[in-house]
Design a binder for this molecule. Structure first.
Ligand code: ATP
Length: 479
């Protein structure tokens, strides 16, 4: 009791909401509980996002009573599931009828029927998610812990309340949820539960790709150490099923100056490195896929060791297919393709000599994502040799300094020819068509090569001086 009061102090806005709900329950004489992730997250010190209320009886009717008492008009009702959602300031109060579930073997969507507290908690995925707190007068704020969830929270263990094989095969999405919670909290998946994952992993075929992708995104986002989730997926055999494109990196040797681990371990290290400096999902995802083509491009060259010639270009193509299969958005796909295509460029510039035109080209091609690219490249250094690390990082510093200098000088971020297409058409007497693009490209190229500076006047002068040549060239090319 005292323990829960510590978690829900009187002056806390969530406590105030819970007390109001408890009062309504007392008034209408219905049994209600706080359930779901709130209790788990409070104990672990995470902020409360949403409130899940379970009602022994008609959840939708109780939701209407809450809304009435809180003077809220909007209640979203889902009679098929016996649930309702009430948006309240920046949280959502979700109210559900206590239920038990029955599954058919070809679907993860259960048939539900009304039940009591115990049955409702038993159908939940993990003991740490099967805690309830009473919102009833005599037992107000008492913890209902039928499956030793508190003990598991304390010991850092993910375990199903009932038989794990049954739990996972009924709704295989729970497998990914187990991995997500283990990754988020650095918890261990209890042995029996983990063995069950290996046993029923093939059942993932009844889960839609959207739901799988949604969980993968969360696994990459929930901690600064996402590699843990990927090692768990690998170890249980799940990775073979849901990410065959990634599992083929396992065992692909790549020992040379830069990397001392195989491609899979290296990739996971890069994800963690990037996650320590950025919470941006797109960048974490790119870390996962940036070496996706290494297994296919691998070649051993005497005196050089393993090479992966062209893996950045082929990788970009493979990412397109991969993102389509995962049903990722085009925005993420294009970002990952771009950064993968460019991920060797900064180091190449550093090694071959940092010229203005090479730096300019990189800034233009990377656009607004140039800083992310540098983060990825730094994260890509997974050597254990401190001397080499220092050398590579210094190289990057040199490139970054030049990027900043050139950016300042050229204001290149949103680069395109300072002379627009219509002006080229007017000045050269052209109709819309590929000749205009050719001339525009030639102006951009002159700026990138450093022949002229990135200003309207210089570009105009360049066009005047080169008009005849450019017209002739473009005519030969396109007519
Ligand atoms: P988060 O919001 O971080 O995902 P959460 O635990 O609140 O954590 P929700 O998806 O909001 O997760 O689900 C609320 C509760 O419903 C969970 O705590 C769990 O008890 C139960 N639950 C959710 N999904 C499942 C599932 N697939 N199988 C069984 N129980 C589930």
């Amino acid at each position: 009791m005292a323990f829960l009061e510590l978690l829900f102090p009187d002056n806390d806005p969530i406590t105030k909401i819970l007390r109001r709900i408890a009062n309504i329950a007392g008034r209408v004489g219905i049994e209600v509980y706080l359930v779901g992730g709130v209790i788990r997250d409070r104990i672990l010190g995470y902020p409360t996002k949403d409130i899940d209320i379970m009602v022994i009886g008609n959840g939708i009717e109780f939701a209407r009573q809450i809304a009435h008492s809180f003077r809220l008009k909007k209640v979203l009702e889902y009679p098929k599931f016996g649930t309702a959602m009430i948006p309240y300031h920046d949280i959502i109060i979700e109210v559900a009828t206590a239920r038990s579930e029955k599954y058919d073997s070809n679907s993860r969507k259960p048939r539900v029927s009304e039940s009591d507290l115990m049955q409702d908690l038993a159908r939940r995925d993990f003991t740490i998610n099967a805690l309830a707190m009473s919102l009833n007068n005599e037992t107000l704020f008492q913890l209902m812990d039928y499956f030793e969830g508190l003990k598991d929270l304390d010991a850092g263990i993910i375990r199903t309340p009932l038989d794990p094989v049954k739990t996972f095969s009924e709704d295989p999405l729970r497998i990914l949820r187990a991995i997500r919670f283990a990754t988020r909290h650095g918890f261990k998946i209890e042995d029996k539960t983990f063995r069950a994952i290996s046993r029923v992993k093939e059942r993932m075929e009844i889960v839609s790709q959207e739901r799988i992708t949604d969980e993968l995104i969360k696994i990459l986002n929930v901690s600064n150490n996402p590699s843990r989730g990927f090692y768990l997926m690998k170890e249980s055999g799940l990775l073979n099923i849901i990410l065959p494109e990634i599992v083929v990196m396992d065992g692909v040797d790549q020992r040379n100056g830069f990397h001392h681990k195989d491609v899979f371990q290296h990739t996971l290290q890069v994800i963690d490195n990037v996650s320590r400096v950025s919470s941006k999902f797109e960048l974490r995802f790119t870390a996962l896929v940036h070496d996706i083509a290494k297994p296919l491009t691998k070649k051993y060259i005497d005196g050089k060791g393993w090479t992966f010639h062209g893996h950045e270009e082929l990788g970009a193509k493979m990412i397109k297919q991969f993102c389509k299969r995962l049903k990722m958005s085009n925005k993420i796909m294009e970002y990952a393709m771009k950064l993968t295509r460019l991920h060797l460029r900064p180091i190449a510039i550093a090694v071959e000599g940092v010229t203005d035109s090479a730096v300019r080209r990189l800034i233009v091609e990377a656009g607004d994502d140039v800083e992310d690219l540098v983060k990825l490249c730094r994260a890509d250094i997974t050597s254990k040799n401190p001397r080499k690390i220092t050398e590579y990082m210094n190289n990057f510093d040199r490139v970054v300094n030049r990027i900043v200098e050139v950016q300042k000088k050229d204001k290149l971020r949103a680069f395109q020819s300072p002379i627009r297409g219509d002006e080229i058409m007017m000045y050269c007497g052209l109709k819309p068509g590929p000749q205009v693009g050719y001339i525009k490209k030639a102006i951009e190229e002159a700026i990138l090569q450093g022949e002229i500076s990135n200003t309207y006047n210089n570009a105009k002068e360049y066009l005047e001086e080169n008009k005849d040549r450019l017209l002739k060239e473009s005519q030969e090319k396109f007519n």
